[in-house]
Design a binder for this molecule. Structure first.
Ligand SMILES: [Fe+2]
Ligand SMILES: [Fe+2]
Length: 155
């Protein structure tokens, strides 16, 4: 994936690097999570020899959670984060990077079956699967949840 210019353009962009400030799953920031998801999407497309638009696959995957806030805070605006964040990520991504219709669909439908947007492209389906796989792996690999469980048992 490192041979693609779009990968470096996005992960080295200062606005994008704000994702490092926000945690996603356990010990993984939104930045770490998004890179994991992009790499997984890329691997799936290679392993299955899928004919995809690789640049869009990488771009949509890197930007799928570009909502830029801490969803763990108690702000009532983030109450419906699970349903709302894809639209926020899409709006931010259009503002800072521009998106094709396919990339918009990738971001808007990545929480499918949650939400109302259906994945319409191969790239969207790959992202939807890779995101769930990475979320689970990150939760299982995080010391954060182990520490929380230990605290709970000891309390
Ligand atoms: Fe998401
Ligand atoms: Fe995600």
């Amino acid at each position: 994936m490192k041979e693609y210019k779009i990968y470096h353009e996005i992960i080295n962009n200062n606005k994008y690097k704000r994702e490092m400030e926000f945690m996603q799953h356990g010990d993984y920031s939104v930045y770490d999570h998004s890179i994991n998801v992009a790499k997984t999407c890329f691997m799936i497309s290679k392993k299955l020899k899928l004919n995809v638009e690789v640049e869009s696959l990488i771009k949509g995957a890197l930007l799928h959670d570009y909502f830029l806030y801490d969803w763990h805070d108690k702000n009532p605006k983030h109450k419906f984060h699970a349903i709302d964040h894809a639209r926020k990520a899409k709006d931010n991504a259009i503002r800072d990077f521009g998106l094709t219709k396919k990339e918009e669909n990738m971001i808007l439908s990545h929480m499918f079956p949650l939400g109302t947007v259906i994945p319409k492209y191969k790239e969207s389906i790959i992202l939807c699967l890779a995101d769930k796989y990475c979320a689970l792996s990150e939760v299982l690999n995080s010391n954060y949840y182990y520490r929380k469980a230990k605290e709970w048992v000891q309390s």
